[in-house]
Design a protein around this ligand. Sequence first.
Ligand code: AMP
Length: 542
Amino acid sequence: MLGLMQDWPLLIHKVIDYAASEHPGRAVVSRLTEGPLHRTTYAALRERALKVAKRLAQDGIRAGDRVATLAWNNHRHLEAWYGIAGIGAVYHTVNPRLFPEQILYIMNHAEDRILLLDLTFLPLVEKLAPQLPTVERFVVLTDAAHMPETSLRGAVAYEDWIGEVDADFRWAEVDERAAAGLCYTSGTTGEPKGVLYSHRSNVLHAMVTMTPDAFGLTARDIVLPVVPLFHANSWSLAFAAPMAGASLVMPGPKLDGPSIYELLESERVTMTAAVPTIWFALLQHMEATGSRLNHLQRVAIGGSACPPAVIDTFESKYGIRVIHAWGMTEMSPVGSLCAIKPEVVGGGPEAVRAIKATQGCAPFSVEWKITGDDGRRLPNDGRTFGRLKVRGAAVARRYYKREDEEILDAEGFFDTGDVATLDPNGYMRITDRSKDVIKSGGEWISSIDLENLAVGHPAVAEAAVIGIPHPKWDERPLLVVVAKPGTRPDKADVLEFLRPKIAKWWMPDDMVVVDEIPHTATGKILKTELRNRFKDYRLPTA
Ligand code: AMP
């Protein structure tokens, strides 16, 4: 027997309809690529999203077609998303930090018909355009006054493009399971794989991330997603903020410490989110200038493990709560968030501190398990490492155009490629990517644990640990560090700093100081390149 309740499909455009109707005047502030700050509201943003939809329909874009965006976080990018999904087409967010060959690969793979691009990327796209045969039209996210001369065929300024239509348009009524967004994983090996989000998965995911033990968004919040829209829906904030009626502040191209600080302070931001490298830069700026943040209440940190030293600085020194989160493109992306359950409060401040450094608990709609290489479940004892596998309402089932490839196990779980422990209270701790874990004498050493500890040393700005082949132990850890400005980390001193904090056999066999640690397009340490750089390196213990 079916229930007798209304069918109300979970569609993305209902999010912007809701924000425009119930929170119409709430501010949406953007740092424009052209320079100045721009202010609008959810009501106005929805009007313009409708124009985008109408214009796309006029240009012959149909349900299921892919429309690419190569853009920073700003109001035009956001309204374009709602407009694209609003006619049943698919917004395909292209990460501009990918290598040009990867951009060509994913855009040709997606067969994008239109590309909306920010001014910053015009020179790049002019070079790539001859190799993008499916793109019929280039729309530059600017107005006529800022539209440069360009060799792109049929290029038009976005404001002119939508200026030719009115907002008298009805959203398409699509199935809630219809594709809405496409985001390719920035895999460090192999070809990027397309994760195809549905309206339903995006809406459910946003509802989950709004909850109090997740991002805890309210209509009183002012949210600054530093995390780009092109990085898995800016961790859902593109949907969750309007759904909560929270104000949005978008940083455009200026992502350096001083610019983020200025925006957080001048716009009275209460909640923000980004990868650790952004926060290293912000904290360095605040330390150097002796400044404080007077409005910020919560900072979500994820994408890579957040070192406890960063959590401590935010919480103890500045009184800003850290929400350590983990996830991946295939999970829309949020898979876990660290909130304190009553079970751990009794353990005292040290226990709470240790819990805060974990990647946290599964929110509603995420199920997980850890298994050995043989696929058998391992105990949730907080000590045993295993492959972390997940299933849920916003987890990928297949990759785009690789539908014949099975990516789930017999129980329907997806292998995240991460190695983790799960404890009896449900806290998950990532110890490594499965390909980065260091195998020493048949046991596993967590490179993430060592990196987190090393950045607690006063002279270390960033740390990476890789396994170096060893004749006796198979692999042993090498610690690679970047110095804090004005310091010179001393090997003996850093190793002494680690010694009391770890098991003896986890101690790195050596340390080297480098000018820079390579990063992926989504800000993670690029271990493949680092391993390559040190492929001829011989440990002193070998
Ligand atoms: P992406 O799909 O580019 O978002 O990358 C997902 C991967 O980033 C995960 O599988 C993890 O390896 C890593 N990751 C994300 N968040 C965290 C975190 N909080 N701690 C450790 N690793 C993380």
